[in-house]
Design a protein around this ligand. Structure first.
Ligand code: UDP
Length: 363
């Protein structure tokens, strides 16, 4: 139910890293009424006062099924960002990971289909698992082939065996994608799937040991080490490679996806920045340099990098994605989008946020 000038969007997981930036951008555009659902209100706490067109539901998705169903029915589009998506949980809270990334998604997909409401579903680049090169090092694979550059429609999903519990998340996300696609084919659901490739930026993860326990993603782990002047730990030497995308580039693509329902119908988009690829060892070096500049402290450059085994760091069952290089052809063609922020700019933006929030070292 949209007013004359506003479309109505329901954002599930609106207080998360991606959700909070997306909600801000939508409100800034002046074209959207936003109903946000989240079980915490940290990153968007400042918004309801400033924006009467933002309604916030401080609830878990399962707390109030009738209200959720009513919100979905009245929406023009639902964006599903609600997920447990932290690699350290995939092997330690596997049941929760599968439930949140598949079982809790199913009623939302069904309700969107029944109500005739468009669904933009955030999946993950992790659905691809590992590259073929990592499974078959002797195979002849051309650089730029779909086995090397993950294509939106062509690249197969290559997950590990059952004992590699790391893949619980990817598998649940794959099944959600297949469910969304099937509802589209069999029941006319209008859908768009988005696979994020390592988004970074302000308001990212909590810092372990300072703001919470456990193991967040790599940037927060390295910042926590820099802040407490401990070694930066490189899992299996930090040989894995990632291409990082700044959240502002990501959100500009997401807004275009919301604005172009027909062009994006039944399409998969990869949002990533192929130019921003680095291995994790290189990431640690760049982050240490940037942090030393932000702190104006050359002694930070002396902090050591320390190799650690995957089982010591994450526990048994962890297996890594060796590389995630996105094709972003579909986003370029349909959204007329491309990323602008380079790796150093994106890291400086992210680290400046941590630097401002933690002006003193945690020793
Ligand atoms: N990693 C690391 N040190 C850390 C945390 C992570 O070397 O303190 C590695 C991890 O093994 C992986 C990469 O950094 O190769 C990215 O991990 P992250 O948890 O950020 O998420 P992913 O991209 O794997 O989903």
């Amino acid at each position: 139910m949209s007013s004359a000038t506003h479309q109505r969007v329901v954002v599930l997981g609106s207080d998360g890293f991606i959700g909070s930036h997306l909600v801000e951008a939508l409100l800034r555009s002046g074209s959207w009424q936003v109903v946000g659902w989240d079980r915490e209100q940290i990153r968007t706490a400042h918004l309801p006062e400033k924006h009467p067109e933002f309604v916030f539901r401080l609830r878990d998705l399962r707390d109030d099924p009738a209200l959720l169903a009513s919100d979905i029915t009245q929406a023009d589009v639902v964006v599903n960002l609600a997920a447990l998506c932290n690699p350290s949980l995939y092997g330690t809270r596997t049941v929760d990971v599968i439930e949140s990334n598949f079982l809790h998604v199913e009623p939302i997909v069904r309700q969107c289909a029944n109500a005739g409401v468009r669904l933009v579903h955030l999946s993950t680049s992790e659905v691809f698992g590992r590259t073929l090169r990592s499974w078959a090092p002797d195979a002849r694979i051309e650089e730029g082939s779909p086995f090397e550059t993950f294509e939106e429609e062509n690249t197969p999903f290559l997950l590990g065996p059952l004992a590699s519990t790391r893949w619980s998340y990817a598998c649940a996300k794959q099944l959600s994608e297949r469910l969304v696609e099937a509802y589209g084919r069999e029941q006319g659901l209008q859908w768009t799937i988005v696979r994020p490739f390592n988004f970074i930026g302000p308001r990212m993860d909590y810092l372990p040991g300072l703001e919470g326990e456990g193991t967040p993603r790599v940037l927060a782990c390295f910042v926590a080490a820099l802040l407490s002047r401990k070694p930066l730990r490189l899992v299996e030497g930090g040989r894995s490679r990632r291409a990082f995308l700044h959240i502002h580039d990501a959100v500009s693509a997401l807004v275009r996806i919301l604005e172009r329902p027909e062009a994006c119908d039944r399409k998969v988009f990869h949002l990533g920045n192929p130019a921003n690829e680095t291995d994790i060892h290189g990431l640690a070096l760049r982050m240490r340099t940037i942090w030393s500049r932000l702190r104006q402290d050359p002694s930070i450059l002396e902090l050591p990098l320390q190799e650690v085994s995957a089982s010591a760091f994450y526990g048994e069952g962890y297996e890594d994605s060796d590389r995630r290089m996105p094709s972003i052809a579909q986003a370029k063609r349909i959204l007329d989008w491309e990323p602008h922020l380079g790796l150093d700019e994106a890291l400086i933006s992210t680290l400046t946020d941590y630097h401002q929030r933690f002006p003193k070292d945690a020793l």
